[in-house]
Design a protein around this ligand. Structure first.
Ligand code: GDP
Length: 186
């Protein structure tokens, strides 16, 4: 359910999840203010960021980003954190196959929240590392794409460090929420 209030057309809740160290906090901060910290403080618990976006023409949406970095380390994420989420970015590291395998658990948990309309974007992060062959890629673009198609979710590869596709990842989720939930409910 997308809520409305008097100042904004819509309120979106977006959760950022995935295994530890895949880049959730860097992606969130890069999107939020276009910059990343070189050595961010480790996050413990959920960090919330509020912003205003335009998912469509002159429509304003208040977005709350829930960065789950920290919680997964302690297996402390519960269904309550995902409840009423309108969208989610499920992040893995393209140089870490294990982080990709774990995405299925996060998707199942998100779909278990009861919001059948939730928009999920699979995000293969740290693309910069494989672009200049610093580190061997463990998950191909095709594997990510195939997994996304099988699970009926969106897919993109990003780099939180260079900013590649970061805005696109978030904005695509906002636009899809708008189209899938808002337009369908009219
Ligand atoms: P989180 O635990 O998922 O929130 O991960 P962080 O955002 O804290 O990032 C974990 C580590 O990965 C940090 O050392 C970041 O500098 C690094 N990192 C995050 N995103 C990228 C990226 O796109 N490219 C590269 N090369 N490193 C990244």
């Amino acid at each position: 359910m997308v809520s409305r209030d008097q100042d904004f057309s819509f309120n979106f809740k977006i959760v950022i999840c995935g295994e530890s160290c895949v880049g959730k906090t860097h992606l969130t901060l890069k999107f939020k203010d276009g910059q990343v910290q070189s050595s961010p403080d480790p996050t413990i618990g959920v960090c919330f960021y509020e912003m205003v976006v335009q998912p469509y023409l002159n429509e304003n949406a208040k977005v709350i980003l829930w960065d789950m970095a920290g919680l997964e380390r302690y297996r402390a994420i519960t269904y309550a954190h995902y409840r009423r989420a309108n969208g989610a970015l499920v992040v893995y590291d393209v140089t870490n196959k294990n982080s990709f395998i774990k995405c299925k658990d996060f998707i199942d948990m998100l779909r278990g929240t009861g919001d059948s309309n939730i928009v999920i974007m699979l995000v293969g992060n740290k693309k910069d590392l494989v672009d200049d062959n610093q580190i061997i890629r463990e998950v191909t673009y095709e594997q990510g794409e195939k997994f996304a198609i099988e699970n009926e979710i969106l897919f993109i590869e990003t780099s939180a460090c260079t900013g590649f596709n970061v805005k696109e990842a978030f904005n695509n989720v906002f636009e899809n929420i708008y189209q899938k939930i808002v337009l369908n409910s009219i």
